[in-house]
Design a protein around this ligand. Structure first.
Ligand SMILES: C[S@@+](CC[C@H](N)C(=O)[O-])C[C@H]1O[C@@H](n2cnc3c(N)ncnc32)[C@H](O)[C@@H]1O
Length: 299
């Protein structure tokens, strides 16, 4: 029966043609998104930058409130309605959003790879992407079977559909749903549905489409319980990420362990981190942590 592996893991992402972490330090990071470079706050980069000067197209200047606020300061021309990027077969629009993100989360790339490996060789794997945002994870999973993509934001779901179109994947079997993740999952449990895999990437705080309040610490235990009810001994995986919260991966691993104990397989936990682009002298870049995760896999 599934037990928690205590030793934490690091799921390390590296840059690719359209994305890279160029440098970090003094509480900021410099990244490339296609032909454009951006500076964003990064409190965990307490070390010193390795480059003398950062040449960027825009910088996100945070407000005084540590939980949000702030604005983009444009230093050079950047297309305000976005520009196309790719990750493997998926194409999507990157854009400077008011929430300091750029329309997708590059640190999730190793997670998208891992999930696909869990259902590799299948074309009938039923997967659920909760808090699916702009859909890059759903596009990746749709190679292996039907995907149910759920997000509370109409705008994010519209962008996810547009990304599917841009990728030439509009005919993939993806249900794009604007719904509250908790309510939808509870409804699926009542309907007796099952899935082969579930990913959930919840924010610390959010709202459902009817204004339903999502607070991670309050909502997560019930949501994990419902996700477990949608999986069975033939299912392949569950993946949970948590970020911007003072919490250990042992804690979320323990939560999965409580609910998944009666399934076969193993529960693992650890950190997602992005490796800076290599240096000119050939040495490896530093590893910048971005989130904690816990995951269940069926052996
Ligand atoms: C960090 S994003 C997920 C990123 C995504 N997994 C990816 O890698 O591209 C969090 C998402 O949660 C959504 N959200 C917030 N509260 C929600 C709720 N109650 N139900 C469903 N989605 C919610 C937001 O609209 C946002 O798109």
């Amino acid at each position: 029966m599934a037990e928690l592996a205590l030793q934490p893991l690091v799921m390390e992402g590296a840059g690719w043609a359209d994305y890279g972490l160029i440098d970090s330090g003094h509480g900021r990071k410099l990244e490339r998104y296609g032909p454009y470079r951006f500076i964003r706050p990064e409190p965990q980069a307490m070390w010193s930058p390795r480059l003398d000067a950062w040449d960027a197209h825009a910088e996100f200047v945070p407000g005084s409130d540590e939980d949000g606020g702030g604005r983009w300061q444009f230093l050079k021309d950047v297309p305000r309605d976005g520009w196309p990027l790719s990750w493997n077969q998926a194409k999507f629009t990157a854009q400077c959003t008011p929430f300091r993100h750029l329309g997708f989360f590059p640190d999730m790339a190793p997670v998208w790879d891992w999930m696909r490996a869990m259902v590799a060789g299948r074309d009938d794997a039923q997967t659920l992407n909760l808090f699916g945002y702009t859909g890059v994870g759903s596009l990746a999973l749709s190679q292996c079977g039907p995907v149910t993509h759920v997000d509370a934001s109409k705008k994010s779901v519209a962008q996810a559909r547009a990304n599917a179109e841009l990728s030439g994947m509009a005919d993939r079997p993806i249900r794009w749903l604007v719904d509250d993740a908790g309510k939808f999952t509870a409804r699926e449990v009542r309907r007796g549905k099952r899935y082969d895999g579930i990913i959930l990437d919840p924010p610390k705080f959010g709202r459902g489409p009817e204004g339903e309040v999502w607070r991670l610490e309050d909502g997560l235990p019930g949501l994990i319980g419902d996700c477990r009810r949608l999986l069975d001994a033939d299912s392949r995986f569950a993946f949970l990420t948590v970020y911007a919260v003072r919490m250990s991966s042992i804690a979320i691993g323990g939560l999965l362990a409580e609910h998944f104990a009666d399934l076969p397989g193993i529960i693992e936990h650890g950190e997602l981190a992005v490796r800076e682009d290599g240096r000119e002298d050939g040495s490896a870049g530093r590893l910048l942590p971005t989130a904690i995760f816990a995951r269940w896999r069926n052996a």
